[in-house]
Design a protein around this ligand. Structure first.
Ligand code: HEC
Length: 155
């Protein structure tokens, strides 16, 4: 039993270590880090777009699109913690990221996790063919974007 507990403790230390802010060392690194994280969010946007249109009724319900696009958002969301660990605050570069990301990393990562959980929920609704709930589940996913942007993205 003791062995199991210490193994779990070790795992959680390893997991939390990856969330520690990691200041970039040069402007070149900072530029690359900003490009990479913005690329993730551009892909999130590209996958959210059709689902948003579906929730609004602009395009017809399509469970396949919901499934594929929310799986992609799930995967992209899982990358956010790592790609935002690079602390770029020391460089005066154009970015929509607020400085407080790196003083509230735990909360920021929690908000990314909320997006992942909401994306998984969309998959569940799509695979069950729950046509009554699809707008609600897409709306809940969209709310996780806003929740993070309100605190951590410049207007
Ligand atoms: C955990 C926080 C978080 C979540 C969740 C989140 N975003 Fe963002 N988003 C950010 C931050 C921070 C930036 C600014 C990044 C930068 O400019 O360095 C950003 C930037 C963006 C951008 C602009 C990217 C660019 O090229 O400048 C788009 C588009 C975007 N987010 C869409 C979304 C959508 C759509 C969702 C939800 C499906 C979402 N985001 C969820 C934090 C988040």
């Amino acid at each position: 039993m003791k062995k199991i507990i210490s193994f779990i403790a070790l795992l959680s230390i390893v997991a939390s270590a990856s969330a520690i802010a990691n200041p970039v060392e040069s402007e070149k690194q900072a530029k690359a880090a900003i490009q990479f994280r913005q690329a993730i969010l551009q892909l999130v946007r590209s996958n959210m777009g059709p689902m948003g249109a579906m929730a609004k009724g602009d395009i017809p319900y399509d469970s396949e699109v919901m499934m594929v696009n929310s799986q992609r958002i799930e995967q992209l969301g899982l990358m956010m913690e790592d790609y935002f660990a690079a602390d770029t605050r020391a460089f005066d570069l154009e970015t929509g990221a607020k400085d407080n990301i790196w003083t509230n990393q735990e909360d920021f990562n929690k908000k990314a996790e909320n997006m992942v959980m909401a994306a998984i929920q969309v998959q569940e609704v799509a695979s069950a063919g729950m046509t009554d709930d699809y707008r609600k589940s897409i709306g809940a996913l969209g709310a996780t974007c806003k929740a993070c942007h309100d605190d951590y993205k410049k207007d």
